[in-house]
Design a protein around this ligand. Structure first.
Ligand code: KG4
Ligand code: ZN
Length: 336
């Protein structure tokens, strides 16, 4: 079964063709990061315009790369949330138009669940496992009973997502957007123990996350006590390396400790990571101490992509059948 995946939840326009939920025949992604870089974050209106410009050529390229024609597609799978309303509407309406005009079935896929699915593709993961969602918009621990659910939420962030914290710290250090990879790079040359930063503990919820206090720790280290976002930086280039390393060390240690504890408490047989922050090599190295098997997505599947959408869509179709293309709606927020 050839599944055409479509992804446009934020600032990547992506289309992919995946066979039977596993075999990736093409995986095309056009990133807009250079467009949003000067603003330090995604501007939804600009993102929409770029999605409109590129979605048709990206789709054509994905079909060409997979060496199939539009008529050969058996199912259309589109990410219908969570995400930014405008960008979501473009991908979903494009997918609906294709489904209606070609008379092909369509399914809507949860973008966050698809990030977790990415780590299980072409792997024999034992279940139940703990899914660790670490993206720019979400941070959550969930128990997964198969690569395609059901899922049970264990904990989540009460404020910033971990990727968002990386991006905000990058902005404080005057690094370009998206900041995660840049902070990781700078951290490689810094001392992770120089600054005594702290990740948040949520009262009576030991597995929940809070990164906004950590972000403020970094703000004060860079701009002085009670400094503001727009205040001048008071530290040297070498101090910045230590700030990046100390922030990364604090955020990742908190994440790893809570994930390992949750996996133990929930009797999980493995840990699966999904979302952009799973690209971080330091995180991958830290997980080497885990007594449970740990699965990360292939590098080409860590950031937003449509192969994970096509893959999960295949299973949703097998389990629940197609959706009515006229009723499929976009959801900016979806509970797990
Ligand atoms: O999953 P994703 O592509 O988009 C969302 O669904 O949000 O994740 C993007 C996030 C950004 O916040 C980005 O800074 C972060 O993932 N990220 C990283 C790394 N690569 C991407 N964070 C830390 N280290 C990295 N190497
Ligand atoms: Zn994502």
């Amino acid at each position: 079964m050839y599944v055409l995946g479509i992804e446009s939840t934020c600032d990547e326009t992506a289309c992919a063709v995946v066979q039977d939920g596993q075999i990736i025949l093409s995986n095309e992604v056009v990133s807009q990061s250079e467009l949003h870089d000067i603003y330090g974050g995604v501007i939804p209106e600009l993102a929409c315009r770029r999605h409109i410009d590129v979605i048709v050529p990206v789709c054509e390229k994905a079909l060409q790369q997979a060496n199939i024609k539009l008529e050969d597609v058996d199912l259309i799978s589109v990410s219908n949330g969570p995400g930014l309303i405008g960008p979501l509407l473009i991908g979903v309406n494009f997918a609906k138009s294709l489904a209606l005009s070609l008379k092909k079935p369509i399914v809507g896929v949860n973008h966050i669940q698809a990030h977790l699915y990415a780590a299980t593709m072409q792997k024999d993961v034992p279940f139940p496992c703990l899914g660790v969602v670490i993206s720019g918009g979400h941070t959550a621990l969930v128990v997964m009973h198969s690569p395609y659910g059901p899922y049970r939420l264990v904990s989540e962030t009460v404020d910033d997502a971990i990727g968002e914290a990386f991006d905000k710290v990058a902005a404080l250090l005057e690094l370009p957007y998206p900041g995660g990879p840049k902070v990781e790079q700078l951290a490689m040359e810094g001392n992770p123990l120089r600054y005594p930063f702290k990740a948040g503990h949520v009262k009576n919820k030991p597995l929940h996350f809070s990164f906004s206090g950590l972000k403020t720790n970094v703000l004060y280290a860079v701009k002085g006590q009670n400094g503001k976002k727009n205040s001048e930086s008071l530290i040297s280039t070498s101090d910045k390396k230590d700030v990046a390393a100390s922030f990364q060390h604090t955020a990742l240690t908190d994440l790893v400790n809570k994930a390992l504890l949750a996996a133990e408490l929930e009797n999980c047989k493995a840990i699966v990571f999904g979302g952009g922050v799973s690209n971080n090599q330091r995180l991958r190295d830290m997980l080497e101490v885990s007594s449970l098997p740990v699965y990360f997505p292939e590098r080409s599947l860590t950031l937003d992509n449509a192969a994970m959408i096509a893959g999960l869509g295949y299973h949703r179709y097998q389990r629940y059948g197609q959706e009515d293309p006229l009723k499929l709606s976009v959801l900016t927020r979806i509970p797990f």
